[in-house]
Design a protein. Structure first.
Length: 242
């Protein structure tokens, strides 16, 4: 698998241990709540909510959990004190790591995250230390079981504004500027093509290939960060073989 492949990450999370799965459910629910609080409960006019709901679908989050998260966002008691932060650091063998943080206690979160980096062969860095290695991109994943005609799909998405499309084995992975997200989503829907996932995420310009002990350490660091409730998203530039 590759650390930067969105489909590889989704598959890995689906097969993750209960602690990571539980944390993921909590994080996506929190993101839905915050999105509703900031922009309302209609995803048509709320891009953040649209993306959170897409992530919930891709990760098989139960509909009841989604409904409760939306209801919390429509209320007035929860989520008001959360602060959004970005942390940057280094994993084993100098891999770059970026984290989206949503916390109600930045001191606690900073201490927890710093400890996790140190424990697993990395270190928390200064703002901007690795951010320049990543670009914000819209990513769509289409399973070949859903739509297998590569040429037709490429024509559809390129006309809608996509930058690139790659064959990732079981799926096609479409990359675009975030501004093209709505146009590509509409073009796929118009052709009845379902996506396994769609999101706006951070993609590394280059990757670092890991093997052996370094690969094992990096995956343990990533898992530990994923288990932390305050870490919403983990981005990295490592790549390892299946």
């Amino acid at each position: 698998m590759s650390g930067h492949s969105k489909w590889a990450n989704i598959k890995r999370k689906k097969g993750a241990n209960d602690a990571i799965r539980g944390a993921l459910t909590t994080k996506i629910g929190r993101e839905i709540t915050i999105a509703v609080r900031m922009g309302g409960s209609d995803p048509t006019g709320n891009m953040r909510l649209k993306l959170a709901l897409s992530k919930a679908k891709a990760n098989n989050i139960p509909k009841d959990n989604i409904k409760r998260a939306i209801q919390k966002g429509e209320g007035t008691t929860e989520g008001a004190n959360y602060e959004e932060l970005t942390y940057e650091g280094y994993g084993p063998a100098g891999t770059a790591v970026m984290l989206d943080i949503l916390t109600d206690n930045r001191n606690r979160t900073a201490a927890d995250v710093r400890h996790l980096f140190s424990k697993h062969g990395g270190n928390l860095g200064q703002d901007g230390c690795v951010g320049w290695m990543f670009q914000k991109k819209a990513i769509f994943v289409v399973e070949k079981e859903t739509f297998a005609d590569e040429d037709a799909l490429m024509e559809i998405v390129l006309e809608a504004g996509a930058d690139d499309m790659k064959d990732e084995g079981e799926v096609f992975e479409i990359t675009a500027d975030p501004d093209a997200y709505d146009d590509i989503e509409a073009a796929l829907e118009a052709k009845g093509i379902e996506t396994a996932s769609s999101e706006i995420t951070m993609v590394p310009d280059n990757t670092v290939k890991l093997s052996g002990e370094d690969a094992e350490k990096m995956q343990k660091l990533e898992d530990a960060l994923e288990e932390n409730d305050d870490v919403q998203n983990v981005y990295s530039n490592y790549e390892i073989e299946e």
